[in-house]
Design a protein around this ligand. Structure first.
Ligand code: T4K
Length: 369
């Protein structure tokens, strides 16, 4: 194999299509600050995601920070440590305290049966993650939130376009964040969105992402700058024209992985639920060394020696980050620790061929006992 196979590869539209989309920017000279492309993409996404209000942002992380700020929260937020740095950092950067809840063994999302024990009089919200596109137990989480009067904000960075029980995943909870980073199922180069049911929150976040400015003579909030620019939005408009085709190609790669790895002793794959329309965002595999004969790191090294770069998403856990100086006890989230030590995310993107999937599986299965 001449080129390295990386964990993912950005989807891009034909270059002429992008040129056509940005050509008018040379006429208007309007490059950012909620321009025509920005507004058009908000409307395309609101329809596609099945959510009422979509606010486009520079990236998913700032969408999450702005959602938390828009809700005027203070105190503790119950969340998962099995996620990308962004989720936990967004909480801390809003002056809130993350309280880490363990995850479920089967799909790695927050374990709702462990949430109530963590609630104190300072708890203000729950921030679960639809990790790898695996949908959280939204019913149980909402029941707990209603009982204690808590907000629910979903990190849906991995769940773009997914549907649960016939509804867009962004309709669950009080708000959700989507990431449109280059590495995601749908990209705007960098980018993301905050989505809501509430018009009030949408209006507030529209001001927050523009320094809190509400008019030329009024700054209402201490906002930052999180506006998606017109070049990003144009990329999104182009990529949305190809989204069905992209998802179908990903589905085929995932099916092949499942066919090849699904029955191997000592390999655990994420469950497939009938009530979910998936986006095939990631392909995580958890290795049980005792049964499989090789551990996660050995497999990652073997693949790397063959120019295949799988990734340890998500290792280390966010509650073990150096930035917290040992403030959190990782042993209190033992399932998350175990999954984090044994999971490997295999290459997955629309142009990944079945031949390459087969090569990856052959290399992995060589070590089967
Ligand atoms: N919440 C969760 C649960 C998340 O996973 C993320 C982001 C966020 C929140 C925050 O959303 P954003 O603010 O990013 O919108 C990558 C991404 O940068 C990050 O967006 C993503 N999660 C995370 C899971 O993965 P790295 O450090 O692994 O990226 P990097 O540069 O190593 O790239 C990974 C692979 O992607 C490369 O090997 C090749 C491919 N790639 C990368 C880039 C940058 C491309 O094909 N094209 C590219 O332009 O974090």
């Amino acid at each position: 194999m001449s080129e390295k196979i990386l964990v993912t590869r950005s989807s891009m539209p034909p270059i002429e299509e992008y040129f056509d989309e940005i050509r008018e920017l040379w006429d208007s000279h309007w490059l950012t600050n909620m321009g025509v492309k920005h507004r058009e993409l908000e409307s395309i996404l609101s329809e596609y995601l099945g959510v009422e209000y979509v606010s486009l942002m520079t990236n998913g992380h700032l969408a999450l920070e702005n959602i938390l700020q828009a809700m005027d929260l203070s105190g503790e937020v119950i969340t998962t440590p099995f996620t990308f740095a962004s989720t936990t950092n967004a909480i801390v950067r809003n002056g809130l305290k993350p309280v880490f809840c363990d995850i479920k063994e089967d799909d790695y999302t927050i374990d709702p049966d462990k949430i109530e024990a963590l609630i104190t009089d300072k708890t203000c919200a729950i921030l679960p993650v639809h990790v790898y596109g695996n949908i959280c137990d939204t019913e149980k989480i909402q029941r707990i939130a209603d009982k204690y009067g808590l907000k629910v904000i979903y990190d849906a960075a991995h769940a773009f376009g997914e549907r649960y029980m016939g509804k867009g995943i962004g309709t669950y909870g009080d708000a959700s964040m989507f990431s449109f980073h280059a590495t995601k199922v749908f990209n705007t180069i960098e980018g993301g969105a905050a989505v809501f049911k509430s018009k009030e929150l949408y209006d507030k976040i529209a001001e927050l992402k523009n320094f809190g400015i509400c008019s030329q003579d009024c700054v209402k909030y201490v906002g930052g700058n999180a506006k998606m620019n017109e070049f990003q939005a144009a990329m999104g408009i182009c990529n949305m024209r190809h989204i069905d085709e992209e998802l179908e190609k990903r589905r085929m790669a995932v099916e092949r992985y499942r066919e090849r790895l699904g029955n191997a002793d000592g390999i655990k794959l994420s469950p497939v639920r009938e009530d979910v329309v998936y986006n095939y965002a990631y392909f995580p595999v958890v290795f049980d060394k005792k049964k499989f004969g090789a551990d996660r790191d050995e497999i990652a090294d073997r693949l790397a020696r063959n120019d295949i770069i799988a990734r340890k998403y998500f290792y280390p856990l966010t509650n073990s980050f150096e930035s917290f100086h040992g403030e959190y006890d990782v042993s209190l989230t033992p399932i998350a620790a175990d999954i984090s030590n044994n999971v490997l995310t295999l290459p997955l993107y629309a142009d990944l061929t079945v031949d390459v999937v087969d090569k990856i599986c052959n290399l992995i299965l060589e070590s089967e006992c």
